[in-house]
Design a protein around this ligand. Structure first.
Ligand code: ADP
Ligand code: ZN
Length: 747
């Protein structure tokens, strides 16, 4: 340790003590860390602890990333750490190593990466242990005559008295009487009741559900995973929807929990449905913590602490739950590993699945990636022997995969966008008292407003996108920037009042269906109708109870939900994904169709899937109809290999946007020139910068530059150096730029 006496602080009293230097990462969008002086009065400096530091005339919370460094900053210039906030690192060494790796791999600012792993209250500098909860109990003083003329206080006092030593907290009081806070204050003043802090406990399920006997292929999978014991190994569990993957996870989880270890179960954003939560909560008799977007900051902090203290045994959560502060991790499970929601699309652009793989290696524990339609990345890893491939071929409950039929929309008789065959199939379900699910991939298929006089569609004034008509509210909306306006029938282009809508959105289809099937109950489930979590739960309950005949919905419905009485799934429009400019378009569409088809016939009755398309001869639909994901993925992989696209080469996408047209493109041209000079004869493909598929969004012009190469280590160095150059270059301040390593969406 370098010991020097420090200069007196400006205006402060002179201090004598020993000083060393530490490096600190602060949450700012720069790929840099900063040096500070650490005086011995603070105790020992510890890696991974939070500190308060002066930074650009503010005080920031940062994390110590290196201790006992020698600094290049002049002694007269260096600032002092103001306070230390933790005694020990708030990251396990496994998580720490993974976060440090990720910030390097994803070119993420180190401070932002470390902070991404913390709940907001910890980022703000709050203590790691959350405050307890306040409970109130009554003092039994016998005489409460003084409350004769205060009925509210009397009522509250009696209520608490009846609850005895247990007392009540705010939640209980809220549920039992109105306006209790004022009465409570008075009673506390009069010392008729008292308050105390109690730590918050996780409720534990006393009666775990009866176990299911696993079938042969499930047992093979469980055995294979158990065989590696407690060491790192990734498994790719490929099984159609309903093949019993979740039961396999559960069985392996049992074994891990029995060894007193923790389990991390990651699910896609849309997959964290109440159904799954309930299933986990009722299956295990241990403390389960759910991490999802619906939590308040306080709840998130509490959940973090429960995991950190090793009270929580199972953590179920979406993307960012991969950062949960596990203390005795024994297994990671990623359900629907192919899902795009595992990729964070802004800020720190990490992929939770890939992060989890790295994390599992750090912990030296097995990791299971489950999917009905594995990503091409994971399939190729399995082919190369890096992952062990396990498959469940049949549906577990004995039900058969649904029949898939392709409807040729060029020839079929059609009524308002629905083919006659589809209408007949729905009618049959109605007669039999079964449910139909009609699926519409709305993206780009919302009704567009169209002028019959000048043949122009109404566009958003801020985006290169058409406005969508929301008929029930007589509103137009832009689904890209969120713009909302009043719908008027005059064309802004030619002034004629002949505007009409084309294409079918869910709202219009709802109307069509209600007219066509006047005696049926139609329920539309999309982001507009199921705006809140509770509303969605209510709607799903209605479907479960059989109160609904026809369910009409978007992607929201395709995953995770189990609708036992649905025997028909109709896909109204599937083509858009096939003609997407994104090289993953077909892969994503196949995944979606398999997911939605998986909703049909989950029980005894054979399910049927009807898919409407204008390009029935495309080989894609042949694979879909035959449930032949293997051949589809073979073909996709060979195409990717030919084009040297991921997973055969690594992709990095530079993005830039600006309020002025051309700025982003100009910036990326300079980036390209820099990269070109730098690579020399190296085998790195650097494409020309192009405007993004939708160039203008929310008034900003966007452009992108794609780079591909097989030498990952070199690419990382190259892109890292490029980012460092751009950060110091004044010209790059004119645009907002970012870099996306392993992009999942190329726009
Ligand atoms: P997946 O996760 O692959 O979609 P699940 O594990 O959710 O499949 O199983 C689908 C349905 O089959 C569930 O209702 C589940 O309870 C049931 N199931 C799973 N395994 C078995 C089994 N071995 N025997 C009977 N039913 C099973
Ligand atoms: Zn817009």
């Amino acid at each position: 340790m370098t010991e020097t006496s420090i200069e007196p602080d400006d205006g402060g009293a002179a201090e004598i003590g020993s000083v060393s230097y530490v490096r600190v990462a602060v949450p700012i969008p720069l790929r840099a860390e900063f040096d500070f002086a650490w005086s011995s009065e603070l105790g020992n400096a510890v890696l991974g602890t939070r500190v308060r530091v002066p930074f650009a005339r503010r005080t920031l919370v940062g994390v110590v990333t290196e201790i006992d460094i020698s600094t290049a900053v002049a002694k007269s210039k260096i600032k002092k750490v103001i306070a230390r906030l933790d005694a020990q690192s708030i990251y396990s060494s496994e998580l720490w190593n993974s976060l440090r790796w990720a910030s390097n791999y994803y070119q993420a600012p180190p401070g932002e990466m470390l902070f991404a792993a913390l709940p907001k209250l910890l980022r703000d500098g709050k203590a790691t242990d959350p405050e307890g909860e306040t409970w109130y109990t009554a003092n039994d003083l016998g005489s409460v005559d003084s409350l004769q003329r205060a009925p509210k206080q009397r009522q509250l006092h009696t209520f608490l008295l009846e609850r005895g030593a247990v007392g009540a907290n705010a939640t209980i009081l809220n549920a039992s009487m109105q306006g209790w806070r004022t009465a409570l204050r008075e009673l506390l003043n009069k010392e008729l009741i008292r308050s105390e802090q109690r730590s918050i406990e996780i409720s534990v399920n006393e009666k775990p559900l009866r176990l299911i006997d696993l079938n042969d292929s499930q047992q093979v999978a469980v055995k294979a995973i158990a065989q590696v014991g407690q060491s790192y190994f990734p498994f790719l569990l490929h099984g159609t929807t309903g093949s019993g993957k979740t039961e396999v996870y559960f069985d392996v989880m049992d074994q891990v929990l029995a060894c007193d270890q923790q389990v991390l179960l990651l699910v896609p954003e849309i997959g964290l449905t109440p159904q799954l939560m309930e299933r986990v909560a009722s299956r295990f008799s241990c403390a389960v913590v759910m991490l999802h977007s619906g939590l308040s900051d306080k709840e998130r902090h509490l959940a973090w602490a429960q995991v950190n203290q090793n009270t929580a045994r199972i953590v179920v959560g979406t993307r960012s739950a991969v950062f949960a502060p596990m203390r005795a991790l024994g297994l990671i499970v990623i359900d629907e590993e192919h899902d795009a929601s595992f990729k964070q699309q802004d800020g720190v652009r990490y992929n939770a699945r890939d992060f989890a793989i790295y994390l599992a290696r750090q912990w030296d524990v097995p990791i299971i990636l489950g999917s009905a339609t594995p990503s091409l990345e994971s399939l190729s890893n399995a082919k190369r022997g890096r992952y062990q491939y396990l498959s469940l071929k049949r549906r577990a409950g004995g039900s058969k995969l649904p029949d898939v039929e392709i409807i040729d929309m060029r020839k079929a008789p059609v009524e308002n966008g629905i083919s006659l065959q589809m209408i007949t199939a729905v009618s049959e379900r109605l007669v039999r008292g079964e449910q139909s699910l009609l699926y519409l991939n709305r993206r780009g298929y919302a009704p567009v407003i169209y002028c019959n006089s000048c043949n122009e569609g109404a566009k958003c004034h801020r985006c290169d996108a058409y406005l969508t008509l929301h008929k029930s509210r007589q509103q137009v909306r832009c689904h890209h920037c969120g713009y909302q306006g009043v719908f008027n029938t005059e064309c802004s282009n030619c002034g004629e009042s002949g505007l009409s809508s084309i294409g079918e959105g869910t709202q219009q289809l709802e109307q069509v269906l209600e007219e066509r099937f006047p005696n049926a109950t139609v329920m539309r489930i999309d982001r507009d109708s199921a705006g809140s979590e509770s509303k969605l739960v209510e709607m799903l309950d209605a479907v479960q109870s059989g109160a609904v005949d026809i369910i009409l919905g978007t992607q929201m419905l395709s995953k995770g939900h189990d609708f036992p009485n649905v025997t028909l799934v109709g896909v109204l429009n599937a083509d858009q994904g096939l003609f997407s400019s994104d090289f993953r378009g077909a892969e994503h569409l196949f995944q979606q169709l398999v997911q939605v088809a998986g909703r049909a016939g989950r029980r005894q009755v054979m399910g049927q899937v009807l898919i409407q398309t204008a390009v029935p001869d495309n080989p894609f639909f042949g694979f879909v109809a035959a449930h032949d994901f293997d051949s589809f993925s073979e073909l996709q992989l060979s195409e990717r290999e030919l084009l040297r696209y991921p997973p055969y080469e690594q992709a990095v996408l530079f993005r830039a946007e600006s309020n002025f047209p051309g700025n982003g493109l100009g910036f990326l041209h300079k980036v390209r020139t820099w990269l070109k000079q730098r690579i020399g004869e190296r085998a790195v493909r650097i494409y020309d910068p192009v405007p993004s598929p939708m160039e203008r969004r929310a008034g900003r012009y966007r452009a992108q530059l794609l780079l591909l190469g097989a030498d990952r280590k070199y690419i990382r160095e190259l892109v890292g150096d490029c980012c460092a150059m751009l950060e110091t270059d004044r010209a790059s301040r004119k645009v907002r730029w970012s870099v996306d390593v392993d992009p999942v969406d190329t726009y």
